[in-house]
Ligand binder design. Structure first.
Ligand code: NAD
Length: 321
């Protein structure tokens, strides 16, 4: 049996998933949609799929088992609700949205439909992150540090708060999600954000530097820094406890403890692992293969939105999930 997949959004990440899905012999990508119809036609043409300019038309005309939603954060409209009503399993790129009410409404419809969901928090599928999680399983975590220090993203919508939610919600969310994955839920955030040295970039209203203090429910303290003012790209998470630390630096994992220091490098394609896990989960019914379902992604979104609010208010903000 092959899984019939539809793709909405044939931009950067949509094309990434299409490459991996078409290499999976268990999958048939039957339709690709993009409001930029030329982009949909081009992507669909390469793989023998049908192209659409409207996701409503795609859902009305195609019989799908699974749908990949790879549109920007502001463009989710009612795609999840309409697809869930047809019992189509959903892969939703991060972030799941820009406000909690909308995402909670989508989540309720998804739960009601009983479909499977996966989201784009691909770092969870890295073998290095899995090894870090295993190592930390029986340890008391005291401090968690993260950073996402990179260049400006040229895409038009990314620089607009109303469309992307800003760097933390849209991009550094990967780091925050890894911090949550390794160290557990977060109860409070206190953030500073400024648009300081990028005012010359036309139409930009998102902060170019963000610094967030995090209180984990376990009692651990944490911190995440993000900026897009650098000439290069650095991301990482460090988890510290008494006489040990686990550091994820790009594709490397280093563990330092009383036994010494050891470093490994990930050799896997995390997007491939993520997409294959979702397809296997659909085929077998085993939801445990999906490392970031919709509810978990919503928790990460809640933390990043709380940080935006904290920066606006100048006070700590509680996270309620
Ligand atoms: N998991 C990851 O590593 C990763 C990497 C990049 C992007 N993303 C996420 O994927 C999403 C898309 O990012 P991108 O870089 O591919 O953006 P992009 O701008 O390159 O592509 C988005 C595409 O969606 C199309 N689109 C917009 N509204 C639509 C609609 N209503 N119906 C159909 N198509 C529509 C656009 O025309 C565009 O082609 C974002 O939420 C981003 O955060 C995730």
């Amino acid at each position: 049996m092959s899984i019939r997949v539809g793709m909405i959004g044939a931009g950067g990440i949509g094309r990434y998933h299409l490459e991996r899905l078409t290499a999976d012999e268990r999958v048939e990508v039957v339709a690709v949609c993009d409001v930029n119809h030329a982009a949909a036609e081009e992507a669909a043409g390469r793989i023998g799929a049908v192209s659409y300019a409207s996701w409503r038309d795609l859902l009305a005309k195609e019989k799908l088992d699974a749908l990949f939603i790879c549109v920007p954060p502001f463009a989710h409209e009612e795609i999840e609700e309409q697809a869930a009503a047809k019992e189509i399993h959903l892969f939703v790129e991060k972030p799941t949205g820009l406000d909690l009410e909308t995402v909670a409404r989508k989540q309720a419809v998804i739960r009601q439909a009983g479909i499977m969901t996966s989201t784009g928090y691909c770092l969870r599928y890295l073998d290095t992150v899995q090894q870090a999680k295993e190592y930390l399983a029986d340890k008391k975590i005291a401090m968690v540090r993260g950073h996402y220090l990179t260049k400006f993203v040229e895409t038009g919508w990314w620089r607009q708060m109303a469309k992307s939610g800003g760097q933390l919600v849209e991009q550094a969310t990967h780091t925050l999600d890894t911090m949550r994955y390794l160290a557990g839920d977060i109860g409070q955030v206190y953030a500073q954000m400024q648009l300081l040295v990028s005012r010359d970039l036309p139409g930009t209203d998102i902060p170019d530097v963000s610094s967030v203090a995090l209180s984990f429910r376990s009692g651990a303290v944490g911190h995440l820094d993000a900026c897009f003012i650098q000439p290069d790209h650095r991301t990482g998470v460090e988890v510290l406890g008494k006489n040990f630390r686990v550091a994820i630096d790009g594709r490397h994992l280093t563990i330092v403890d009383e036994q010494g220091s050891r470093t490994i490098e990930s050799g896997i394609d995390m997007y491939l692992e993520q997409d294959r896990a979702f397809i296997t989960a659909i085929l077998t019914g085993d939801r445990s293969l999906i490392l970031s379902p919709y509810e978990s992604a919503s928790k990460t979104l809640e933390v990043t939105l709380a940080a935006n609010q904290s920066a606006r208010l100048g006070t700590p903000v509680a996270v309620h999930h």
